[in-house]
Design a protein around this ligand. Sequence first.
Ligand code: UDX
Length: 435
Amino acid sequence: MKLSVIGCGYLGAVHASAMASIGHDVVGIDVDALKIEKLSTGKSPFFEPGLDELLSEGLATGRLRFSTEMSDAADATVHFIGVGTPQVAGKDNADLRYVYAAIESLLTVLKPDDLVVGKSTVPVGTAAELAVKIRPSGARLLWNPEFLREGFAVQDTLRPDRVVYGVESARENAPEVAKLDDVYAPVLAGGMRRLVMNLPTAELVKVSANAFLATKISFINAMAEISEVVGADVTQLADAIGADDRIGRKFLNAGIGFGGGCLPKDIRAFAARAGELGVGDAVGFLREVDQINLRRRQRVVDLVVQSQGGDVTGEKVAVLGLAFKPNSDDVRDSPAVDVASKLSLLGASVTATDPEAIENSRRLLPGVEFVPGPADAVVDARVVVVATEWKLFKDFEPPQVAKEEERLVIDARNCLRAETWTSAGWKYVALGKSA
Ligand code: UDX
């Protein structure tokens, strides 16, 4: 089938490549000429395992191409919308300008019977508005939220846990359902759960799933705050409560909290939208989830400052990790970057490293020195903060130091073996454990 994918960021570039890999003829459209140029040469503009291979394969077969011109989408009969919905600067709401611009532009090429498939994360109610805009063209809208995780994006696109279709009629036998089933046939094969529902439910599935995940992380981080006071160990606590399969162990890793391009902005946009709809109280707890999350970053900064007698001016601090999670070069709303920035602003001499995210961090951290690896970063550091749980940092053998030097490592992701550091003479502190 001939498909177009509008928006070639984390979501769209992966989706376009994945659709080509299952046999479709796909054009990816984006207004960013540099991004299109890079993708057209088979290079992913961001770090995503497996994507370069999929891109090269798609380009080589001729089934995948990229363009800045919407007119190149004119032959396609199914159009995916995968543009970003970032947070509005200074507000909690999602910025929908790229979604509306994509639809306006798409309207110039839409044909009767085409299918428009929304994948971007949008505030509930957006799809119904878009359906009205699209209707005069004779095309139809289906909302098909994406649940992909960065670092596993290819796998999550080709082998998702479930596929959600939002259609105006909410009916299984709607023509748009059959059409998307044709597109996804290889993905749906083997009994994949495909759930058909109305448009607002499909939009809500996405934002409520992210709200739940964020709440789960903040729950365990709230327990970490208490654990630190009472002398408990939050990792043992998570193992014990997570053994109950009604609770589950996943997403109970306490630490410096969640970041990235999705969870933080999605819970804020959700709370803002609920407020607009007059049901803000229903998700008032998401403000608390956000606050708990932000307090963990501050806690790391406070631990560093306290360890230096209340003043970090001129003290050398190493921050290991900049990406918001391992196997990513994404630093959007990254707790690691936030901590490095706060310490730098307090006057510390911050040295940072990350296997993939240094380039993306430079602009955000003007006062920070970047070094190639952990061995360079920890030289002379009074305090080392492990802020992203890359395997490289977990496996790192720290240099031997004299106990009297009182050098400290802060395990802000609960990912280190304490003995590795203490036996090398370091003081070890972890979030959610007594000092
Ligand atoms: C998330 C959702 O998982 C995905 O379904 C959705 O489509 C997009 O948002 P992603 O942003 O790639 O995906 O990251 P995820 O793996 O969910 O991690 C989010 C943040 O939570 C990271 O900063 C991670 O370090 C943190 N986290 C995760 C924890 O602090 N503790 C945990 O136990 C799990």
